[in-house]
Ligand binder design. Structure first.
Ligand SMILES: [Cu+2]
Length: 783
């Protein structure tokens, strides 16, 4: 039985009067009841390609997303993820014999609205968001890729989490931890402490659960997250403090429009309801989904069309009104999972116009310090990027009562696109200039210049990058061979144990340093194996790093020609064969974050690297102690990462430093081991073999050794105790939870000192000292 039928009847009768309807359908919870949908072979043009030729619904007025009423710093704001059916009468108006335009969309959404509520935060404040996953489905069990050469499969579509894109906050729980998963039926409260000196910014939030991000973003799960102080109410006096854009009267008083651009990839089900189709988002069939409502088309059927609609705040081509001479501040957020969007303005005859022009005052939320016109009046946005622009409506010619314009997304030619196929132009917003003139003044450029929040990063500040990034960061991933990787490594995870189960070891980055990295997208790839014309895969990618923004200082084109740049941002488009040099100051927040490609289907398939911000300057409170011991080494026989059994008794002819650690995913552990190995390597008197015993499986010994910067000459071996028996024997298991431990074992088989604790033993010099005492003891014994 199809349970949606009564709902549909209700919508259809209700909607004849409801003009544009983000109105959620009451009781629309089709989640677990939905059936899978049949395939579609018809090729249907995109929704918005022919707009000016068709008279639209005039009452589809532009609306900002709803504002979240935050209840206060200690009370969480509820953000509930659920299914809802929405109607799009603006889209329904446009129909012809050739086109089938959906009137209804079934979308995953926040708080029963097609775009998430705007969350506004003050610097220095605390905001708590309780994310409620009301979906029905199985927990995300992760996925093990089948070979090192293939990428991760998309998976876990009913599992979610939340990322605050652009905020400079802690990447650890309860903050912006993207390794946390909120499973169907679960909830989790995020606490974001915004630093008092956080610059004002247009940020945004969206799910970042690895494996399902593109699917969830295609449903429209995104919202604006705005950091701002009080808005200036009077004209600025010469000595007014101006730090942020809202401290400038002309900016503060400009009407604000938030434009969240979203891309729905959909199919029509048997009732002509549009549903997001996972198969047209990914180039591979997603892994077993555990999420009953997900639509997966038939990839084998090459006729399966890619149907797309681009929404602005969940509206299709809404009408935005401006008075002649009025200046508005538009916060434009590219919240789509895919596609480069070159935005322009067209007049009512679809001719490019400069009657309306973009004056960019912030780039990825970071004030530029000016309000420059953009070259050719094109605002190019890649997924994840934001632009704050001042838009001034023209005065109307004598006798005219209104002028009509369109904010338009230009088409993109094959090599410039992400998928190698040309994209069509779209009309995004209809702008109607009419009514009484409201001439407004632009802000004083001298005040704007004071809003640039970050100093340039100078050469003398730079520290060397981590070894893994010494030769740069290469983004490489094309559909033809499905190897989405960064520096030839693909991220994937297994198991449901978040934080411990990602198999790629984090790259350590020292806080309080500034570093320069070179980012390159690999060359485009031509696939000659297809029938007819060869297919070109452009290898265009979008680099994003969490927590800390960066300064772009240099651009190198595909022919190697270089030019300097100076632009602060947090998300950067890098086309195939091109390079950028970026500099970043890593500040304030230790913990594990990520860098990744913001083309989210690439990220879901493994184009992501965990990074560990560690603070080398922070003193360790309550310094752990090695305690003397006189117990005997218990029998230890464990496999190494390749399964070869090792008996510690066979190593009795040497001193041992036995380290118990919580797997390659524990950043403290890997840091401890890396440093201990380095101390041992540099100390000729360090006469002991280091035996590291992991409580977790090690997927790749080579990767682990690389992460630990282990040299082949190191006296080091890696053993695995996934049953945790040896952990238990050494007192390193409490309530089934593995602890960190370090033990010194002398040649005579006696444990002479040991440590067990919540954090790794970090005093490597003390280990070195104790090992040298062992040597003295040997010398004494032999005398
Ligand atoms: Cu990519």
């Amino acid at each position: 039985m199809d349970v949606r039928l009564p709902i549909l009847v209700a919508i259809l009768s209700f909607c004849t009067t409801e003009l544009f309807a983000q109105t959620p359908v009451p009781d629309a919870t089709p989640g677990s009841q939905r059936s899978h949908v049949k395939r579609f072979a018809r090729v249907i043009p995109p929704l918005q390609a022919h707009l000016p030729l068709v008279e639209r619904d005039h009452k589809n007025d532009f609306r900002n997303p709803p504002e979240a009423a935050l209840p206060g710093p200690e009370t969480p704001f509820d953000l509930a993820l659920s299914w809802s059916t929405f109607q799009f009468p603006g889209a329904a108006r446009e129909s012809s014999a050739e086109q089938v335009i959906p009137q209804h969309f079934d979308l995953l959404c926040y708080n029963q609205h097609p775009v998430g509520p705007t969350i506004r935060v003050r610097p220095g404040s605390r905001v708590q968001i309780r994310l409620k996953n009301t979906l029905k489905g199985k927990p995300d069990t992760g996925h093990v890729k089948s070979s090192p050469l293939t990428s991760e499969k998309p998976h876990g579509f009913c599992s979610t989490n939340l990322h605050t894109h652009g905020l400079h906050i802690s990447p650890n729980d309860p903050g912006d931890n993207v390794f946390r998963t909120v499973e169907p039926g679960q909830e989790w409260t995020y606490t974001y402490d915004i630093p008092p000196d956080h610059p004002s910014a247009t940020c945004w939030y969206h799910p970042h659960k690895h494996g399902s991000v593109a699917y969830q973003l295609s449903n429209g799960l995104a919202g604006a997250l705005i950091v701002e102080g009080p808005k200036k109410q009077e004209k600025n006096a010469p000595n007014d403090p101006v730090r942020n854009l809202e401290d400038i009267y002309e900016v503060a008083q400009a009407r604000e429009a938030i434009l969240i651009l979203q891309l729905y990839n959909y199919s029509l089900d048997d009732e002509k309801i549009a549903v997001i189709d996972a198969s047209t988002i990914y180039n591979v069939a997603p892994s077993s989904l555990g999420c009953e409502a997900i639509i997966v088309g038939d990839l084998a059927n090459s006729d399966t069309p890619t149907l797309q609609a681009t929404a602005v705040n969940g509206q299709i081509v809404p009408t935005l009104h401006m008075a002649p001479g009025e200046i508005q501040r538009w916060r434009i957020i590219h919240g789509s999972w895919d596609e480069i969007k070159p935005l322009t303005f067209a007049d009512n005859n679809d001719q490019k116009t400069t009657d309306l022009r973009f004056r960019e005052i912030a780039c990825d939320g970071i004030a530029t310090g000016g309000m420059a016109f953009l070259e050719e009046n094109i605002l190019e946005l890649a997924p994840g990027q934001r632009s704050d622009v001042l838009i001034q409506a023209p005065m109307l010619p004598q006798g005219a009562t209104r002028a009509i314009y369109y904010l338009k997304q230009e088409g993109v030619a094959g090599l410039k696109s992400f998928r190698g196929t040309k994209t069509d132009p779209n009309f995004l917003v209809k702008v109607v200039v009419s009514g009484a003139p409201k001439p407004m003044a632009l802000p004083d450029p001298r005040l704007l210049a004071r809003c640039r929040p970050y100093r340039n990063i100078e050469d003398f500040e730079l520290s060397p990058p981590p070894k893994a990034f010494k030769d740069g960061i290469l983004l490489n991933g094309v559909d033809v061979n499905q190897t989405y990787n960064i520096n030839a490594r693909t991220f994937y995870r297994y198991g449901t144990d978040e934080n411990k189960s990602h198999t790629m070891l984090p790259i350590s980055i020292d806080l309080n340093t500034a570093q320069e990295w070179t980012l390159t997208s690999a060359d485009p790839v031509v696939d000659n194996n297809t029938d007819g014309d060869p297919t070109v895969y452009p290898n265009n990618h979008t680099f994003h790093i969490h927590v800390n923004p960066f300064q772009v200082v240099r651009y190198t084109d595909a022919s190697g020609k270089t030019r300097p740049m100076n632009q602060w941002r947090d998300t950067l488009l890098i086309r195939g064969g091109e390079s950028y040099s970026i500099r970043s100051r890593f500040r304030d927040f230790p913990g594990t974050a990520i860098l990744h490609c913001h083309i989210m289907d690439h990220e879901d398939q493994g184009m992501m690297v965990p990074i560990n911000f560690f603070d080398s300057t922070r003193p360790q409170p309550g310094k752990p102690q090695l305690k003397d011991s006189t117990s005997k080494l218990p029998p230890v026989s464990l496999p190494d990462a390749k399964g070869r059994q090792t008996d510690l008794a066979t190593l009795r002819d040497q001193n041992l430093v036995v380290v118990f650690f919580r797997g390659a995913g524990c950043e403290h552990c890997t840091q401890q081991l890396r440093e201990l190995l380095e101390v041992a390597r540099r100390s000729p008197e360090f006469d002991a073999e280091i035996v590291a015993i992991s409580s977790e499986k090690i997927a790749s010994e080579a990767e682990a050794l690389q992460m630990l910067k282990s040299d082949p000459s190191d006296r080091f071996r890696l053993l695995v105790d996934s049953e945790r028996k040896t952990f238990s024997d050494f007192g390193c298991l409490r309530d089934d939870d593995p602890k960190h431990g370090l033990f010194l074992v002398a040649r005579n088989g006696m444990i002479v000192s040991g440590y067990v604790g919540e954090s790794p033993f970090g005093d490597h010099q003390e280990v070195r000292r104790r090992v040298s005492l062992l040597k003295d003891a040997d010398a004494e014994a032999s005398q």
